[in-house]
Design a protein around this ligand. Structure first.
Ligand code: SF4
Length: 454
């Protein structure tokens, strides 16, 4: 394991504004055939698997968007769904897929709610048929409020969706305009009320704060609206001006002076309203935890397979990989039986150990026993220097059972994650779809020869 002296630990004079969701980050060209052979270097991490299905198309293109998005082409979407089904089926033959229980399925985008109820049903029936689904498997569809109505919500519920998440960002017109979003507050409120009426297990939404010239009072209005509507899950993100490609970056940087106050205001407001801080930045009512996040980041970290153009398979057989981002190219490759992989990495043991803490920290409590049982060593031994430094700063607390993130540490969660990065990942940033849009690997490998080896 790489070791750092305490002087090499990251400085904390500035809050890291990089939202750490994927690790490791030193992905490059690799032999994708190896995904199909047993990875002897990594011990078995989990019995569970989470699935992610990416829909890269959007009806409306928002100016600030850092994600991969393609203007909707209905005929192409139909073809894309066929290829998604092919990719989903192919990976179901892998030994890990056969041995794992799927606890969560997540349809995200782009705009996942551009899928018709028929598309959703078709994809879910293939997953149902080819993977082992937990009886309480959480199945989420991310919805753009402008693309759904009550009938659509009823139909997707009938197709098997039991959780919906709306990319709202704000219920206030002035904020929506500042963000360049094509939404109408009244419509957003109506759609959420409809979703609650339809009877999904969980209705969730995203709220964004730290907006240009935003006051605490303005933020409070958004939180109050979410609570009054009866929303059961909330992801509350700070606007990152660099990532969001907004023109008025300087203006927003000024805003960052009260960001810490806003962060703790949100935490207090939501916990006082019976929300549990499940992971940063996710809050939910009891019994409505976002399983995709909890199972993927929290111990024992589940495997993850992600399908479609621009999808990141974050943890599978000791590999992380990303598919190419161009949906046309994805369709072409899948049709010719080629693995549509852009880049990836076969982990070494250091990657797996680091990942346990890099992502585990987001869940605020990292159990010691799972790490010990998995890696045969205590995490307080592997990361002694890093933990000591973080304890000195008051950001973590080591108990007999777990490493806990303190209330002060919550705000510095991305710095804490980065403290556990291995040397080869130091200084690397998270991936944002737009920057990978036109990249291609050195070669594409055939699907058939690999899948037959399992
Ligand atoms: S913000 Fe959402 S809806 Fe807008 S372009 Fe990006 S992915 Fe599409």
């Amino acid at each position: 394991m790489n070791k750092y002296s305490s002087s090499e630990i990251l400085d904390y004079d500035k809050r890291g504004d990089c939202y750490t969701w994927c690790y490791p980050l030193d992905l490059s060209n690799f032999n994708t055939q190896n995904i199909w052979s047993q990875n002897e270097q990594i011990p078995k991490l989990s019995d569970t698997l989470t699935l992610y299905v990416h829909i890269p198309y959007c009806k409306f293109i928002c100016s600030m968007c850092p994600f991969t998005h393609e203007k909707l082409d209905q005929r192409e979407l139909d073809e894309y769904v066929e290829m998604l089904i092919k990719e989903i089926s192919t990976y179901s033959h892998h030994k890990i897929s056969k041995e794992s229980i799927v606890t969560s399925i997540y349809f995200g985008g782009g705009t996942a709610s551009l899928l018709s109820p028929y598309h959703v049903e078709k994809i879910l029936s293939v997953i149902n048929w080819s993977y082992n689904l937990a009886s309480n498997c959480e199945i989420t569809l991310e919805c753009h409020p402008n693309t759904v109505d009550n009938k659509y919500l009823e139909q997707i519920k009938d197709s098997g969706i039991n959780r919906v998440s709306f990319g709202i960002q704000s219920f206030q017109k002035e904020n929506i305009e500042k963000l360049g979003l094509l939404q109408i507050p009244e419509k957003n409120i109506k759609v959420i009320s409809d979703a609650l009426g339809v009877g999904f297990n969980t209705v969730a939404c995203d709220i964004m704060y730290n907006l240009p010239e935003q006051s605490i009072d303005n933020l409070r209005k958004d939180l109050e609206m979410a609570v009054d509507l009866g929303i059961q899950g909330l992801s509350v993100y700070a606007l990152d001006p660099e990532v969001r490609q907004l023109k008025s970056i300087q203006q927003i940087k000024e805003q960052q002076k009260i960001e810490k106050e806003m962060f703790y205001y949100i935490n207090t407001f939501l916990t006082n309203n019976d929300f549990v801080h499940v992971a940063q930045p996710d809050y939910s009512k009891k019994g409505h935890e976002n399983r995709q996040i909890r199972d993927l980041w929290g111990a024992a970290q589940s495997y993850n397979l992600s399908f479609g153009a621009g999808a990141f398979s974050e943890s599978f057989n000791g590999f992380t990989w990303a598919n190419i981002h161009d949906p046309k190219k994805y369709i072409e490759l899948m049709k010719s039986n080629k693995m549509p992989i852009l880049m990836g990495k076969q982990w070494d043991i250091n990657d797996a150990m680091s990942r346990y803490l890099v992502l585990g920290a987001r869940c605020l409590t990292i159990p010691l026993d799972v790490y010990q049982n998995t890696f045969g060593i205590g995490l307080d031994q592997t990361f002694k220097y890093e933990i000591t430094r973080l304890e000195e700063l008051g950001y973590v607390k080591l108990t007999t059972d777990s490493l806990e993130i303190t209330k002060e540490g919550m705000y510095y969660i991305d710095n804490i994650s980065k403290t556990f990065f291995s040397f080869s990942n130091r200084g690397l940033s998270q991936f944002w779809g737009c920057s990978l849009r036109d990249k291609l690997p050195e070669r594409f490998y055939e699907f058939e020869e690999e899948s037959h080896k399992v």
